[in-house]
Design a protein around this ligand. Sequence first.
Ligand code: ADP
Ligand code: MG
Length: 399
Amino acid sequence: KLRKEETLRRGLHNTIQELKGNIRVFCRVRPLMGDEADGATVLPITLPDCEEKNQIELTQASENALGRTTSKSFPFKFDRVFGSSSTQDLVFEEVSQLIQSALDGYPVCIFAYGQTGSGKTHTMQGPDSISAQDMDGGASLGIIPRAVKQIYETTSRLAERGWEYTLEGQFLEIYNESIQDLLVAPVARSDKQPGGDKQPGGDKQPGGDKQAKLELYQTSEGHTRVKNATTVSVDSPERVHWLLARAAENRTVAATNCNERSSRSHSVFTLYLRGRNSLTGEASSGVLNLIDLAGSERLSSSGSSGDRLKETQAINKSLACLGDVIAALAKGSRHIPYRNSKLTHLLQESLGAGNSKTLMFVCVNPSPASAQESLCSLQFATKVNSCQIGTARRQAGSS
Ligand code: ADP
Ligand code: MG
């Protein structure tokens, strides 16, 4: 009887998911901070009936040829819009179904997209340093620790019904189109420079090139995996805390400036969830990818040179490629350009499978100074939001 209920529950749950479509876009506006709004008479971002309508409106003021100020409004609608007072609790409530899907055997990707300082890391991970006690229910925790907690709670409940899960985690970073392992300490930088201000020419490297580069390969079963990536068994919340701390530490070691570095690289936390039911013989295999993308800001390439220019180009290319892959999947194209960037190649299976589920958070900084970048982010997110992968993909078959 229990099993019947379970099957029914899962079936129902997944039907709900499918009806909603398998790509969803949530928008989250972070609070204004410090003096960000000083001197502004109007703010560019408004959320008219945000809770009911899930709308966000961006207003741009500009001066016309006659010197008169005119304003233009751009309304956007998403599956969910979270205003600046939304809590981590509330946001996770809307995500937890998707975490359940990974346990049920679906490939799941959750992305955070937006300019540097828009709240991506806050949403995905939470505060910079999470203490071990915080791991157990701190209100500021982001999606990664909450997801893991939910997975433990659920798997221990499912254990009573014969399910046994193995959880394995990886934490990778993609910087300048090369994949690096955040669970391995980078080799000490030989050209170590004292910290200091950014050099306009960008001759300072944010580090990482002394870290071993990892390559992608295809397993005999056709899975895309990363050669020699550290895979740790994630068997307790303490272990996740260890893993997050280790990643943060290695990132700092590799960087001359940690924030600078993290804003120019994508970080990908992956959990492989394999379940077997010893009573029924059923098995499931899901993947949960939690991705903190590089800052989407368009650094003007004219003002950049050297390493900085290379970074900018790598980021623009990989974010554009992510959009292209999603669009090609939605159209059911024969050729999906996964291999145009390391990020999409790495996530190929999770993004491409007909049963995959993708959620993108577009994070928005509401300050007047960020209006132009916010507009770009919202436009990108709208493009993603217009895509639905599942049905077209199934019709086109896999390529
Ligand atoms: P990003 O990762 O996009 O560069 P962060 O997540 O680091 O941005 O956020 C920038 C700053 O704003 C951080 O100090 C962070 O703590 C704060 N912040 C972001 N989102 C929120 C939020 N929803 N509530 C409170 N503070 C936030
Ligand atoms: Mg960040």
